[in-house]
Write a protein that binds this ligand. Structure first.
Ligand code: UDX
Length: 435
């Protein structure tokens, strides 16, 4: 099939590349000239594990193209995917729909033959109706259906998730559109549940999923606070909880709170939407408030360790909002460092991928180190703020010799706690009572 993907960000690009790999002819459109120039020169504009190989292969075999212009790509397309950004309004936190509506208006005149328009971006309930109205106004004779096709890709795992989705949710009541989408996802049909629902349900499923996962993280974080007071061990509690099939073991890792471009944005947008509809989402509201407060509280915990030390130096490992990505947007690690800097602490930072992005936000207020061992040299406190797998294999005995102090705040439970204690470290981790 011929597919036009509009928007080449964290959703659009892996989706376009994945669809080309499945054998479709894909043209990706973006307004940013430098992005299209890079992509046409064979240079990827985002880092995603496994993306490069597929990108190179499909460009070479001619199934993957990039352009600044919608006209030809939309005219030829059986399917148009809208994957442009829906950033939060800085004041109300509602999803800003201007890029979606502008794209709908721009593509409308080029539609030719029957076309399925899929809204992939995370959008408020009712957006499909709006997009349909705009296209109809711009091109009254166009033959099309607008469907909701939410994307559940995780950053850092986009290619893995594209080829191994837990489910594919399709929001449409059109039999014609359903047939085309069934054909598109035929390669997944034997192993993946394809759920056809109405458009508004589909739009809701995306928000409801992200809100639920955010709540699950906030819940385990509150349980961690409870365990710290009660003397229980959050690790053991999470294991016991997660072993119940109704609860499940994933997303029960306590830490400094969720971050990234999706959970904070989508929980806020959902809460805003609910207020507009006059529905009460008290759990989502509480999750948002609790998660925001948590970053300050985690910074306070680290600061408390430093209080009696003159000119304390803190080694920070991790700046990205989670392991496996260079993305620092809404990163708890960045916010915790910003709080610590208010107390004039010295910070020596190392992150395997996110140093450039961290520098864009924190500037020269922190020292950027080439590796973890350089960061811990002469540090009084070691704070682990991002769950990078490679931090699991750090040589703690070597770190003990390099550090001036012996205190660790491992907010991600990534270090070997027993070994750290045996080496004479004092170690704080959320949900474990300190003795
Ligand atoms: C999320 C959703 O998982 C994905 O389905 C959606 O399409 C986009 O939003 P992503 O933002 O890439 O994906 O990250 P995710 O892996 O879900 O983690 C989000 C945040 O939660 C990170 O800050 C992570 O560190 C934190 N987290 C996750 C925890 O603190 N504990 C956990 O147990 C899991």
């Amino acid at each position: 099939m011929k597919i036009c993907v509009i928007g080449t960000g964290y959703v659009g690009l892996p989706t376009g590349v994945g669809l080309a790999e499945l054998g479709n002819e894909v043209t990706c459109v973006d307004k940013i000239e430098s992005k299209i120039a890079d992509l046409n020169n064979g240079k990827l504009t985002i880092f995603e594990d496994g993306l490069e190989e597929l990108f190179i292969r499909n460009r070479q075999n001619g199934r993957l193209k990039f352009t600044l212009f919608m006209n030809e790509a939309v005219r030829e397309a059986d399917i148009v995917m809208l994957a442009v950004g829906t950033p939060p309004n800085p004041e109300t936190k509602e999803a800003d729909m201007k890029y979606i509506y502008a794209a709908a208006k721009e593509l409308a005149p080029y539609l030719q033959g029957y076309t399925v328009i899929c809204v992939k971006s995370t959008v408020p309930v009712g957006t499909g109706d709006q997009v349909e109205k705009i296209i109809h106004q711009e091109n009254p004779t166009a033959d099309f259906d607008v469907i909701s096709l939410p994307e559940f890709l995780r950053e850092g795992f986009a290619i893995h998730d594209f080829f191994n989705p837990d489910r594919i949710v399709v929001g449409t009541n059109s039999a014609r559109a359903k047939k085309i989408i069934e054909k598109l996802y035929e390669p997944f049909a034997s192993k993946t549940k394809i759920l056809f629902v109405n458009r508004r349900s589909s739009e809701t499923i995306k928000y409801a999923s992200n809100a639920f996962l955010s709540m699950k993280i906030h819940y385990i974080n509150e349980m961690a606070d409870f365990c710290e007071k009660s003397g229980a061990d959050i690790y053991e509690v999470a294991q016991g909880l997660g072993a119940d099939n109704r609860i499940g073991p994933r997303f029960l890792n306590p830490g400094p709170g969720y971050g990234g471009f999706c959970f904070p944005k989508d929980t806020n947008a959902m809460a805003y939407m609910a207020r507009q509809f006059g529905a009460e989402l008290s759990l989502v509201e509480a999750t948002i408030r609790g998660n925001e407060k948590r970053r300050q509280r985690m910074a306070d915990k680290i600061y408390a360790l430093a209080q009696d030390i003159p000119c304390p130096k803190i080694a920070v490992l991790g700046a990205a909002f989670k392991g496996g990505t260079d993305d620092c947007r809404e990163s708890p690690a960045i916010e915790i460092m910003a709080h610590l800097l208010k107390h004039n602490l010295q910070i020596a930072l190392f992150d395997p991928e996110a140093m450039d992005n961290a520098r864009k936000i924190l500037g020269e207020r922190v020292t950027y180190c080439a590796n973890a061992y350089e960061a811990v040299k002469d540090a009084d406190i070691l704070a682990v703020l991002t769950e990078w797998n490679e931090f699991q294999n750090l040589d703690l005995a070597h770190i003990r010799t390099l550090m001036r102090g012996h205190q660790i705040a491992d907010l991600r439970h990534i270090l070997n706690r027993a070994q750290a204690l045996a080496l004479g470290f004092e170690i704080y981790s959320p949900g474990i009572k300190q003795h």
